[in-house]
Design a protein around this ligand. Sequence first.
Ligand SMILES: [Zn+2]
Length: 640
Amino acid sequence: MKTAITLILAAIAAGMTGCSREPSTANSAPAANIAPLLTGEDAKDVHSYADPLTARVTHVDLDLTADFAAHTMQGTATLDVLSSAADPKLTLDTRDLAIQTVRDDQGHDLTFELAPADPLLGAALRITLKDARRVQVRYRTSPDAAALQWLSPAQTAGKQQPYLFSQGEAILTRSWVPTQDSPGIRQTWSATIRAPEALTVVMSGERIAEPKQLPGGQREWRYRMEHPVASYLIAIAIGDLGFQSLGARTGVYTEPSRLAAAANELVDVEKMVAAAESLYGSYRWGRYDLLVLPPSFPFGGMENPRLTFATPTIIAGDRSLVSLVAHELAHSWSGNLVTNATWADFWLNEGFTDYFENRIMERVYGAPTAAMLADLSWDDLQDTIKDLGPEKIGDTRLHLDLAGRDPDDGMTDIAYVKGATFLRTIESTVGRERWDAYLRDYFDRHAFQPQTSAGFLKDLREHLVKADAALEAKLDLDAWVYGTGLPANAVHVRSAALEQIDQRAAAFTREGIRAAEAKDWNTSQRVRFLNRLPRKLTGSQLAQVAAAMDLDVQRNSEVRFAWLHLAVANRYAPAVPNLEDFLNSMGRRKFVLPLFKDLMAQGPWGKSLATRIYASARPGYHSVTVGSVDKVVPLAAKGQ
Ligand SMILES: [Zn+2]
């Protein structure tokens, strides 16, 4: 046992530093691309049944057929397992899977037990391995698999073909892949996928063969990911997709009728990759492509490796919302390369990425643009801290306690913006040059490994603070990570361009707004103006704002959201058709959830609107969005 540990340690020593890392034991010489596990208490994942120190999955090979009539994926997952225990049990995470057989690589049945299901975590699948180190699970997904959204042709832009996409983060991959579904247990993967011949299969890996025509109107597609990744990053989409190149190693997939608009919007992607590399080191994933999804995609973007999934709400027509691309691209370092070991440290993914996103935006579009974005985020953070209030003050910590809770509870602006503000505060304390050199080395040191808050702080103290007591005191690191609220040394980036807008908003009740001035404002300025207006306005004041800013026909999703947020707070009836259209036309949770909360706070007027709109919009939303809105608009959930 000890020898085996030494072997693995030797194989991965290059990437290891002080933290209490101890990989699991091996039954044979380890492959080079097996990532280490963290074994400290702080790396214990309360959202996975896996016991990786007894037996861990190192590779997943999928062989699945997508059945668009039954809304299921059917086939096998063949898992490579590392263990040196005598007669070990392999524990996998599953959710709503119909398990048919479990066999070793000789085709012999293995004994297994599927435990009773927990509504959030799903059901543990415990397999008695004996000598087997490769296990094949034959299974079928449920039509209601939480990770998979099956769209009818009517729910697509082209209206001719159905569509499927997956969303694995945080703990949904287990509803379509039986594996150890914990971000701390990295796995390489490969996949063979069969789908109707008219459709294109894309995945978050490298396509390793041309699609093969099969009898019966099917085509077969093959992908692989050679780097060990967290299971939430295994992703698939199948639909009528076109592709347009954006640069030497970048491109965009989307439905053919949307391709030209998407490519036009994303023209700067290649520049962004170059900017990111110049900041924090080479891009390690080969290609960087984007998939622009149909409107029901629940997030702004999802950083699936090699293939960012993005909401169509970023296609504003004026390239004003491309910071989202900078964000997802930044995840190729923070999140995908160095990954939170558990969801309690989600800020290690999102705070780092929000910070890095802003640095990319600064490099590509200049400091004033980056300052506007950072200043707007600061507002969002203040709102989040206020909304969480004294009751949920614990959730203003970066390192969260999510035991017994949905990891989605931790997906607030605390992880994103407080996290980014923490890193910005370190930057301004030690100076940009020193900080950038540290961060670049940090990504190298921890590439393809999990990380915890404690691990990051240890690394920071070892390589940046270096026992400088005055610096340690100035940074106040533990207060940032383990304390509530915002520490006193927090750096607030102020945008001069937004300060002018603040003055205009403050003068609004006296001076009103003129169309001539509003027409020159960019998206950030428009959003800021709407957010800084007095929260209580009369109908005629709102009508004046709507007219001056063309808000009835505004299609920029961020501006539209800010306007509807204000309009609902004033029960402004003329905005209701716009609201209804917006909530029925996309399912991005960032917009959908707050607007339903706004409505529910407006007495019978808002409640009846919320119930009516949700009843019609809910079937088009993803399970992630439905899961959140159901808690806010309970009546509409019944009978859907
Ligand atoms: Zn992110």
